[in-house]
Design a protein around this ligand. Structure first.
Ligand code: PNS
Length: 169
């Protein structure tokens, strides 16, 4: 009997912070791949609300009791995504697609990654309709002014957001 090789996908992003839209994409990814690596880009030139260490801890906590917890790996990376994918032996890069407006930049990124490496395929997954309007930036804006973000991000994320934004209930 031959051992079947695990099919690993990378789900890269800033995740500043993780939203329920991201969670939905990870769950969909796990229907196709054996393991999904949630890979936070370490990018010192991009101003973020949460440090990479905070994001790592928050995302790990968000999946701590998930039914597929052992197949969700949370890491950070820097440098080229295709190089990281190679080190991880990943066959695919997952990106979420919400609207046509996402398409242009995603298409450009996918084509560049294909030019850089033929060993990894980019696949686009659509979030459930109820998450279509959610993004990390919109959640931060709502939270900053004390709006309710319940149901838009996992609870551990909401708790950490409260520490950053005192107006958030
Ligand atoms: O959540 P984001 O900010 O849209 O994610 C962007 C990300 C992290 C996927 C992208 O910036 C990336 O892959 N950066 C790593 C550097 C790289 O490989 N660049 C070349 C491909 S565009």
């Amino acid at each position: 009997m031959t051992d079947k090789k695990e099919r690993i996908a990378i789900y890269p992003g800033s995740f500043d912070p993780l939203t329920n839209g991201h969670v939905d994409i990870i769950e969909r990814g796990l229907k196709i791949f054996d393991k999904v690596i949630v890979a936070i880009l370490f990018n010192p030139s991009k101003k973020a609300l949460f440090s990479v260490e905070e994001r790592l801890a928050m995302i790990k906590e968000s999946f701590a009791t998930h039914k597929n917890q052992e197949n969700i790996i949370v890491e950070s990376f820097d440098g080229l995504l295709v190089d990281y994918a190679k080190i991880k032996d990943a066959v695919a890069i997952i990106r979420g697609m919400r609207a046509i407006s996402d398409f242009e930049s995603e298409f450009q990124m996918a084509l560049m990654n294909r030019k850089l490496s033929r060993d990894v395929q980019t696949i686009f997954l659509m979030t459930g309709l109820r998450w279509i309007f959610i993004s990390s930036s919109i959640i931060k804006e709502v939270a900053r002014f004390g709006g309710d973000i319940s149901g838009m991000a996992p609870n551990p994320i909401k708790c950490k957001m409260k520490e950053k934004f005192p107006l958030l209930k």
